[in-house]
Design a protein around this ligand. Structure first.
Ligand code: THU
Length: 135
């Protein structure tokens, strides 16, 4: 694995620990995520599933919504990491990409990871070009 900037290494570890908290009895697919704020705070999240499948919440949204509930506002975030047990770095779902586009700057780096150590750095805008925004 290539060397990651320290902040990304920390976020990856936080996401990894959050993944252990996943409640995923239906998919058995555990995901963890973590976000870093401009003032150095970190928030993590895991996926939380429900017997009514449509209510499942992804790790990325749990992390971002936890941060918002703690008082963070759009633009406060500087990086997000997400990790799952995938052969390639995990690819965030469309709903999470739209939420990232709402709350994070387009150029904000996003680190996609896998348990095996594969990583890919991308950005919010690259993950969802043409995201929906109200006029
Ligand atoms: N999941 C995430 O937590 N993040 C993603 O970006 C993709 C999918 C979760 C949702 C569900 O609990 C499980 O993975 C299987 O889709």
């Amino acid at each position: 694995m290539p060397a990651l900037p320290r902040a990304f290494g920390d976020l990856r570890m936080l996401a990894l620990n959050a993944r252990d908290k996943a409640y995923a009895p239906y998919s058995n697919f555990q995901v963890g995520a973590a976000v870093l704020t401009r003032d150095g705070r970190q928030f993590s999240g895991c996926n939380v599933e429900n017997a009514a499948y449509g209510l499942c919440n992804c790790a990325e949204r749990t992390a971002l919504f936890s941060a918002m509930a703690a008082g963070c506002r759009p633009g406060d975030f500087v990086a997000l990491a997400v990790i799952a047990d995938t052969p390639e770095p995990v690819s965030p779902c469309g709903a999470c990409r739209q939420v990232m586009a709402e709350l994070c700057d387009g150029e904000m780096p996003v680190l996609l990871g896998s348990l095996g150590g594969a990583t890919r750095q991308t950005s919010v805008a690259a993950l969802l070009p043409g995201s929906f925004k109200l006029p």
